[in-house]
Structures are given as structure tokens and as C-alpha cells.
Ligand binder design. Structure first.
Ligand code: PLP
Length: 435
């Protein structure tokens, strides 16, 4: 018998949070670190929403509430989804969760038995692969490639669907690629699901970036397609679009009230309920017209930053960056930079076991952090299975324009510093990080 249960060895993590220790180490050494790692808007939650929450607290709304979520918030969510996805959703199918992350684990626990197959995008949000493995399901990554603009077609998905497929995860706009599924893409996927999947197969539609689209694009959802409302778990929330990451306000729409009852039961088992005074502000976010004005301003600012940062990164030797269509990340291919600096050679010299743990992009990530004070995320942080040979970094542009400019300047200097990299590859830092 061991102290820690076996199952914990299967649980993954989100490195964007884990990197905090390395960043702190650099800060303790007096470095000024530019944090491109975390996906949190650099905007504050809007004053009109803060006011609703504090007034609700003052009014005494500070006790337990319905574990599914307070009715006014569930009504507001149902009305928002009915309007934006063009389908009728009732509050009885809405469950409020602390952020949009819990519905991922809830979905895996609710629908998936050991040995069932789960298809998910890779690169994709790391918590998908983490929960798939923790549930002892079979991970089936849908590998997206730069050459194809990180897009995929129904034909690509068709190749992965088998009789054991139980859940198919979609994420649009995507973290980390910024890719967006069009109405036609989604129509093709819906037709495929109707044709090839049993009615008990569930689509998990992660639409947490639903408000953050560029170039005049409108958000499209799989929910809007025939046969999908009865098969889709749609999850979103307030973290990204309303700049409320710390509020922990999210929700899921379930295909039936019975399934919503299971999510509610999971809430009861884990945290009873989401604080009711926060949910009051959550409802106001959809109902007060001021919200749309604030969201629009923030999204236009992200677009302005994207329009600056992509050409600037493409000007750095060894970096190739596509234009994301949504979310607030850029995801450049840094294989040329790894080549120039000698990262591949340093990686090849690692002991076999360390090579299995680290990718060349992770080495470059740490060089940028420990020597240039630029915190980023490597490709393998967005799904390990199938990440070999893909050297990308994710940079969050939810940072001030000034920090973005300084960060890109530092990356440009690092790209020319093969001597600095050789010294880093020989350093105690490197040994501590990569063994
Ligand atoms: N889904 C995706 C694709 C994300 O990028 C994130 C956060 O980074 C989440 C879900 C979790 O969102 P929340 O902070 O609301 O739990």
C-alpha cells in the first residue's frame, strides 16, 4: 500500500500555473519577468458588474444557494445561449460551475467508462488530456498542424471515430492556436456525428472564448446544427470574455435535465455551490447592455495587439507565426530558433529519460525565461501525446502593449544569442531543470 493512490499518477496539470515557481525564482534573482504564460485578460472586471456583486453581498446574499446555480443566473445563461446559438434552452438544463474548467472533468466522469475513447484537439487545453487519462479512457488526440492552419475537417475527425468513441471535444476559438471553426466546418462535423455516432456519444463544446473573435468573425457553435442540442455539452463562462478569471464563474448546458442533475450532484459533492452574490453579477453580465460595450473594447484591443505582434514575431530569425482568428494567444513555430541556437543539440545530449520528459521547445522556453525574463508555454503543455517534433511556443497577448513590445524585443535578442544559449545549456539552472 502506498501513501498516494495509484490513480493520482494519471492526473495531468496545467503548466501555465506550474511555471509560477520558475517565474518566482527568476523574480527572486531580481529579474523583471514578462508573463506571456497565463491566459488571463489584463483587464479588470467591469465596475457595473463589481457593483452588482457587492450590493448583493450588502443585501445579505451570502449563504448557500441552489447547487445548480441561482435561477436568475441560469435564466440569463439560457437566454444568452438561446439567442446566440439559435436553439431553445431552458434553465433546467443549465448548471453553474466555478469557471469553465470543472465541466471538463464532470463530462469525463459522467459519460466515460474505462477503455472508452475520447477524441480531443491537440494542441489543445491541457486539462482535456489530463482528465481523459485520469478517467482511464483511451486518449485519441486529433493532431492539428501548422501547415493546415491548425484547422481540421470532418474527414480528419472521421478517421478517428470508432465504435468505442464516447466523447468528442471541440474548442473554438481555440486555446492555444487561436483557430476558429467556421459554420461550414461545424456543419460537416455535425453531419458526421449524426451519421457515424450512436445517440449516446457526447460532443463537449468548449466555447469559453466565444466573445473573442477578430476580423469581424461571428462566433459559431456546434449547438446550432441539427441533431446537436441533444448530444452536446456546451461549456463557457465569464473568465475570458468578461475578464473575470478570479471570479470563477462558468456554466454548462446539458442535453437533458437528467444529465444536468448529475452535474448538479457533482457540484454538491465537491463544493456545494458557486457563491450566489457572484452569480448575481454573472446574470448582469448578460443583461446589462454596458457589458457588450466593454467586451467590444477589450476585443478590439486584443486585435490591435495581434496585428502588431504577429508581423513583429515573423521578423525574429527562426520564428514563423500565423495570424490567430480568435482568443488571445499567438502560437509561433520556433523550430528555426531552436536550430540556430543549438537547442536540438542540447536536447540530443540529454540522458534518454530526460529527453522523454523535455522537448526542445521546453528547453527554449526555459532559456527565454531564465536568461531573458520572458515566460511562455511550450507545445507539449497543450497535450503531450503526439507533440514530438513540434516546436511551438504559446504567448498570451493579454498583456500591455508595452510589455508585448519589450517581450518581442527580448525574444529577438535571444534568437541571436547562441553563445548565451551554450552557456545556459552548461549551467546549474539547466541541470536542475532538465537533469
Ligand atoms: N477551456 C479553455 C479552452 C481554456 O483556455 C480555459 C482557461 O484557460 C478554460 C477552459 C478554463 O476556464 P476557467 O478559468 O473559466 O475555468
Amino acid at each position: 500500500m502506498s501513501l498516494i493512490a495509484q490513480r493520482m499518477s494519471h492526473l495531468g496539470t496545467e503548466n501555465a500555473f506550474k511555471l509560477g515557481d520558475d517565474i518566482q525564482r527568476c523574480v527572486d534573482r531580481g529579474m523583471d519577468v514578462i508573463r506571456f504564460n497565463l491566459g488571463a485578460p489584463d483587464f479588470r472586471s467591469a465596475p457595473h458588474l463589481n457593483r452588482v456583486a457587492s450590493e448583493a453581498l450588502d443585501a445579505g446574499n451570502s449563504g448557500y444557494c441552489d447547487p445548480a446555480g441561482i435561477l436568475p443566473f441560469r435564466e440569463a445563461v439560457a437566454a444568452h445561449v438561446s439567442r446566440t446559438r439559435g436553439v431553445e434552452v431552458t434553465p433546467g438544463r443549465v448548471v453553474v460551475t466555478p469557471g469553465a474548467k470543472p465541466p471538463i472533468g464532470y463530462t469525463l466522469q459522467t459519460y466515460v467508462d474505462e477503455g472508452d475513447e475520447v477524441i480531443y484537439p491537440s494542441p489543445g487545453f491541457p486539462i482535456y488530456e489530463s482528465w481523459v487519462r485520469f478517467a482511464r479512457a483511451v486518449p485519441v488526440p486529433l493532431l492539428l498542424s501548422d501547415e493546415r492552419d491548425f484547422a481540421f475537417t470532418a474527414d480528419d475527425l472521421a478517421e478517428l471515430i470508432t465504435r468505442r468513441t464516447k466523447v468528442i471535444i471541440l474548442c473554438s476559438p481555440s486555446n492555444p492556436t487561436g483557430g476558429v471553426l467556421s459554420r461550414e466546418d461545424l456543419a460537416g462535423i455535425a453531419a458526421l456525428v449524426r451519421e457515424r455516432c450512436r445517440p449516446d456519444v457526447r460532443i463537449y463544446a468548449d466555447e469559453i472564448y466565444e466573445h473573442i473573435l477578430f476580423d469581424g468573425l461571428e462566433h459559431e457553435s456546434i449547438m446550432s446544427h441539427e441533431g446537436m442540442p441533444e448530444r452536446t455539452v456546451l461549456a463557457s463562462g465569464h473568465s475570458k470574455g468578461f475578464a473575470m478569471t478570479g471570479w470563477r464563474l462558468g456554466w454548462a448546458i446539458l442535453p437533458t435535465e437528467e444529465e444536468a442533475g448529475i452535474f448538479k450532484q457533482l457540484n454538491i459533492n465537491i463544493m456545494s455551490c458557486v457563491p450566489p452574490f457572484l452569480q448575481e453579477a454573472g446574470a448582469a453580465a448578460y443583461e446589462d447592455p454596458e457589458s457588450a460595450v466593454q467586451v467590444e473594447q477589450m476585443v478590439r484591443e486584443f486585435e490591435r495587439r495581434r496585428d502588431w505582434v504577429v508581423p513583429a514575431l515573423n521578423g525574429v530569425p527562426g520564428v514563423r507565426c500565423r495570424l490567430p482568428k480568435g482568443a488571445f494567444y499567438v502560437f509561433p513555430d520556433v523550430s528555426g530558433m531552436c536550430e540556430r541556437l543549438g537547442v536540438y543539440d542540447a536536447w540530443a545530449r540529454l540522458p534518454a529519460e530526460a529527453r522523454g520528459r523535455a522537448t526542445p521547445a521546453a528547453i527554449l522556453q526555459m532559456f527565454l525565461l531564465y536568461r531573458y525574463g520572458v515566460a511562455s508555454m511550450d507545445r507539449a503543455s497543450f497535450g503531450r501525446i503526439g507533440a514530438e517534433g513540434q516546436d511551438f511556443l504559446r504567448l498570451s497577448i493579454a498583456n500591455s502593449m508595452e510589455d508585448i513590445r519589450r517581450g518581442v524585443e527580448r525574444i529577438g535578442e535571444a534568437a541571436e544569442d547562441d553563445g548565451g544559449f551554450a552557456e545556459f545549456a552548461d549551467s546549474e539552472d539547466f541541470k536542475g531543470l532538465f537533469g
